[in-house]
Design a protein around this ligand. Sequence first.
Ligand code: CA
Length: 253
Amino acid sequence: MNISPQTPSTGFTTPLNDVVAGGARPLVLVVEDEAALATMLRYNLEKQGYRVEEAADGQEALLRVAEAKPDLVLLDWMLPTLSGIEVCRQLRRRPATRELPIIMVTARTEDQDAVRGLNTGADDYITKPFNMEALLARVRALLRRTSPVTNKGTVNFHDLVMDLSAHRVQRNGRAVHLGPTEFRLLEFFIQHPRRVFSREELLDAVWGADIHVEPRTVDVHIRRLRKSINGPGEIDIVRTVRAAGYALDTDPI
Ligand code: CA
């Protein structure tokens, strides 16, 4: 007798096809203390085919992550017990969650705060009230840039080695730890060495053209990339070209 695995016919298209090739459905942890919003997020994420876990405060978020590491965290900024910023900081300090994709959800409209959120290690942020389609697009885009790739091999630039399959970076034999966005940025640069890219070009290439991100978000991630790859005594291999953009280059300006 032929027993075929059950194929649920859900009716909706499969937006995850470009995110996970045959893998398990990505797990999204929704950290949100407003129950109604959490429910709405769960509903929409599940409709897109994601698995969803919830946490209603900062402490619970850390607990959930320790129990089952999600593929992405949607992290509210204003939370009881521990703020979203603090949760983000703690996750970034731990080796196991250093590269966990995090989207910060903030009710604050000041760009200053959003940039502060990015500086604590979030990969992206979205401001409340947000459009659900826009949020889902950011989730998809972030998972796309963090999903593991296979058989892409190793690339070199100067004293830097990038293992694209294993997601490992070394400079001068020293392990370099990069967040998912910095990894993609470096991957893009290393594939086009010495070419200058504008912020807009980098946004299109690394974040995706369908995503609206402030151009200065690029600056935040470039800063983080520099901080991670340039060790003491090493030359800065990320070149800032005034009014033009950035390049991976060993030549000084
Ligand atoms: Ca809140």
